[in-house]
Design a binder for this molecule. Structure first.
Ligand code: NAD
Length: 497
């Protein structure tokens, strides 16, 4: 048993006195205690951050870069420690946890190019004797609010860029798996980041709402479910903040008649059941086109049946537990309701028990066909190891089905046809698209973000849009007349002569 407290001013800080258990999803047992925050905790964190940020924004770009380089090595050296903490609290396999740390490091590596990315433009003689230039400056104190499913990677989408651009960053991680964030805070300190530039406050709605309305916070980055993304976007925007709020998803993979079926089934199985389907880029829906349906269902069922379900710290495990008992019950209920509505349960993981882990939140892979397109088990985000296979007659029907979803996070098309792959990229209303790639998550030096109900705000996360989100531009026009120069003031609007 351990305690997880806030990280403020370079050290652990007590909370309000109220606490919450941290549970291991594989056993159901309490492993730690989380100290929760409130408006007063947020006040203190913001006050410390404001002071630290003034000095941090004056630190040279090369010194900032050196700290990020040191941080990169410290995270690499601590990968095992972070991955074990993630697996214990989130449930995912150690290998999957190491993967998310590596993907998070991509953004930190991108942020080490800040000397290049913060260069402004300069134009000599925009008018005769007048020069123009631009520069990008930090916003001040910015906040990140993150979900349980990637406790390392999603915060890493935010803090390296926010810090590199001269901001102070206050992180409010998920209360389900908070430990990784405190390890990261300790590593930033070891890397030489001044205290107060990266801080962690824990908690739930009260802490989030305090961050969204605090006058000392200039911008909020949020990643989580769509209802909370809407709430954060509305609340923080109304308080005058810049907001990017990434929401939920219901990603479709289209399987065309000319696809390599074995390949598509293996790839879609990894998208549907990897990390127990708890990825915002997971593939909970496959759409078979034309006469490929039966062969695909047979192939994906075979893939699902061979998965070994077990605890995340067992190297033999393919699929870990889901996050909570409630999440497990929800997945089972959604399969029950589909069955009651006449759907066929092709692979049924509902009754799965993992020997020795009877208290864990395990549910086996579920594959469902013959479900109506209006049923909530198809239309809603399940966020568990449940794949619905829908069937349509042709490409246009597939496109119409995908575009009718309120979500637009990710999608994939499996095909041997360049023509259909190209049409799909052009016509689908989704932010991230894979061609024969099930989880098309952009690398750290591009930007990540969906369309429609999967993102609220103007900016996608990390990459160039991250730089843009965490900075604002000044455009400066300069003229240096000779001491003795006399020019008549003109009352006309100036031209570019
Ligand atoms: P969540 O929305 O429940 O929680 C996200 C954050 O919001 C957490 O820090 C939580 O403490 C806070 N929160 C929860 N309820 C709140 C409330 N009522 N008021 C204010 N704050 C509240 O999401 P989750 O269950 O942790 O994560 C899973 C969801 O995140 C899924 O919907 C998934 O698709 C989504 N997600 C999206 C992306 C993306 O890039 N679009 C990435 C990862 C996860």
């Amino acid at each position: 048993m351990y305690d997880v407290k806030h990280w403020i001013a370079g050290e652990e800080a007590d909370g309000t006195g109220s606490t919450q258990p941290i549970l291991n999803p594989a056993t159901g047992a309490q492993v730690g205690t989380l100290h929760l925050g409130d408006a007063a905790t947020v006040d203190r964190a913001v006050e410390v951050a404001r002071e630290a940020q003034h000095a941090w924004a004056q630190v040279s770009l090369s010194r900032r870069t050196q700290i990020l380089y040191r941080m990169r090595q410290l995270v690499i050296d601590a990968t095992e420690e972070i991955a074990v903490a993630i697996s214990r609290e989130h449930g995912k396999t150690i290998g999957d946890a190491k993967g998310e740390i590596a993907r998070g490091l991509e953004t930190l590596e991108f942020a080490t190019s800040i000397t290049q990315d913060l260069k402004g433009g300069f134009s000599e003689n925009v008018s005769t004797g007048v020069d123009g230039h631009t520069m990008r400056q930090s916003l001040g104190v910015v906040a990140g609010i993150t979900p349980f499913n990637f406790p390392a990677m999603v915060p890493f989408w935010m803090h390296p860029i926010a810090i590199a651009t001269g901001n102070a960053f206050v992180l409010k991680p998920s209360e389900r798996d908070p430990s990784a964030s405190n390890i990261v805070a300790r590593l930033y300190q070891e890397a030489g980041l001044p205290d107060g530039v990266f801080q962690v406050v824990h908690g739930g709605k009260e802490t989030v709402d305090a961050l969204c309305t605090h006058p000392g916070i200039a911008a909020v980055s949020f990643v989580g479910s769509t209802p909370i993304a809407k709430h954060v976007h509305a609340t923080a925007s109304a308080a005058g903040k810049r907001v990017q709020a990434l929401g939920g998803a219901n990603n479709h993979a289209v399987v065309m008649p000319d696809a390599n079926i074995e390949f598509a089934a293996a790839q879609i199985a990894s998208g549907a059941f990897g990390s127990a389907g708890e990825r915002c880029m997971a593939v909970p829906v496959a759409v078979t086109v034309g006469d490929v349906h039966d062969a695909f269902v047979e192939a994906i069922a075979a893939e699902a049946r061979k998965l070994k379900v077990g605890p995340g710290d067992d190297p033999a495990t393919d699929m870990p537990p889901v996050i909570t008992k409630e999440a497990r019950e929800r997945v089972i209920r959604m399969a029950d309701e589909a069955e009651q509505a006449g759907a066929t349960i092709v692979v049924d993981g509902r009754g799965l028990v993992v020997e020795g882990y009877e208290g864990g939140n395990f549910v086996g892979p579920i594959v469902i066909t013959d479900l109506d397109r209006s049923h909530p088990t198809y239309t809603d985000e399940v966020f568990g190891p449940l794949l619905v296979v829908m069937h349509v007659n042709n490409f246009d029907e597939a496109l119409e089905l995908v575009n009718s979803s309120p979500f637009g996070n990710g999608t994939a098309i499996f095909t041997g046809s360049g023509h259909y792959a190209r049409r799909y990229q052009e016509e689908v209303q989704v932010g991230m698209i894979g061609v024969n790639v099930p989880i098309p998550t952009p690398v750290g030096y591009y930007s990540f973000g969906g369309w429609k109900d999967s993102l609220f705000g103007e900016h996608h996360a990390h990459g160039p849009e991250g730089i843009s989100f965490y900075t604002r531009q000044k455009a400066i026009t300069t003229r240096w007349p000779r001491q003795d120069e006399h020019v008549e003031a003109s009352m006309s609007f100036p031209t570019h002569d």
